[in-house]
Design a protein around this ligand. Structure first.
Ligand SMILES: [Zn+2]
Ligand SMILES: [Zn+2]
Length: 308
């Protein structure tokens, strides 16, 4: 994710900081004459003026400024893409008419998903900023595309998927233990009929922990910059696709929390005895009824799969 941090700083943040600095100096420092229109005394205005003029924040390599930059980069890019991608996939892949007839689809759910996601994205961006800075500083094992043979470029995709799938499956199972479920994960599971906007509707700390494998991989296994960006975008897009109607695999998990914990593949679910076929599961009468019923049906009874 550090690929575009430098260009974003150069093209957007440095000019913005320059404009803020000169705006503040023009307002506060020029205003510090005896006939100040603000009504504040010269001494008071100079009290503001001096720290602003001499702040080390204006130096491009200041550590607070770099952390702020990484946060703004993550927060802006994630927020904008979340809203755009969520809206596009909601329009294209989500059956809003069927959801409106579904008794488990709450009124105002989408608004709730968006506000919870925006809070999670903000906290996640704050906590992830130091990791992105560490990548930008060369602490991760990221190398320029082309510096390794083509077979390794392909192999690292397989390794990334295996690593991420393993981490996400077991972290997800961990968040289903009673204490963590009650403290964090239940917030995501209040949406029994998820929409694409559920993609980030998690407890903020949980959202950050679940995203850690994406970053961790680049510190453990050598990864090209292009592949790292591709892996990040794929993981990001996949989170949305899990929550619209294009794949029903994760929809099952929202309806019965004992099954389908995985992300990219179904391997760990099959090995862990938590896999059910989505078509088979959703063909149970109560779920077929949710899709077809012209009016809200009574609350569905437990499905035939029960619990583990
Ligand atoms: Zn989900
Ligand atoms: Zn879950």
């Amino acid at each position: 994710m550090d690929t575009f941090l430098g260009p974003f700083e150069e093209a957007v943040l440095h000019p913005v900081y320059g404009a803020i600095r000169s705006g503040l100096e023009n307002t506060l420092c020029r205003d510090a004459g005896p006939s100040s229109p603000s009504g504040l005394s010269r001494t008071t205005l100079q009290g503001f003026c001096s720290p602003i003029q001499h702040s080390s924040f204006w130096q491009p390599d200041n550590s607070i400024r770099r952390l702020t930059n990484a946060f703004l980069y993550l927060w802006l890019s994630t927020t904008v893409s979340y809203l755009v991608l969520g809206a596009v996939l909601y329009r294209l892949n989500f059956d809003a008419a069927a959801a409106a007839r579904d008794p488990k689809f709450r009124p105002g759910q989408v608004r709730g998903e968006i506000s919870r996601s925006l809070v999670a994205i903000t906290v996640m961006s704050l906590l992830t900023a130091p990791i992105v800075l560490a990548q930008a500083a060369g602490r991760a094992r990221i190398y320029p595309l082309g510096a390794a043979p083509a077979w390794y470029e392909a192999l690292q995709v397989v390794l990334f998927v295996a690593f991420n799938d393993t981490c996400v499956y077991w972290l997800h199972r961990l968040f289903h233990t009673p204490v963590l479920f009650r403290l964090m994960h239940k917030k995501h599971h209040q949406y029994m009929t998820p929409t694409p906007f559920s993609a980030f509707a998690f407890d903020p700390l949980e959202a950050m922990i679940m995203s850690l494998p994406i970053y961790a991989f680049s510190f453990v296994v050598p990864m090209s910059d292009a592949m790292q960006l591709l892996a990040f975008l794929a993981a990001y897009l996949w989170t949305f696709l899990l929550h619209d109607d294009s794949t029903q695999f994760h929809t099952v998990h929202h309806k019965n929390t004992n099954f389908n914990f995985g992300q990219y593949t179904t391997l760990w679910d099959r090995w862990g005895g938590t896999y059910v076929d989505a078509d088979e599961f959703l063909s149970q009468p109560q779920y077929r009824k949710e899709k077809r019923s012209p009016r809200p049906a009574a609350a569905s009874s437990a499905d035939q799969y029960g619990s583990l």
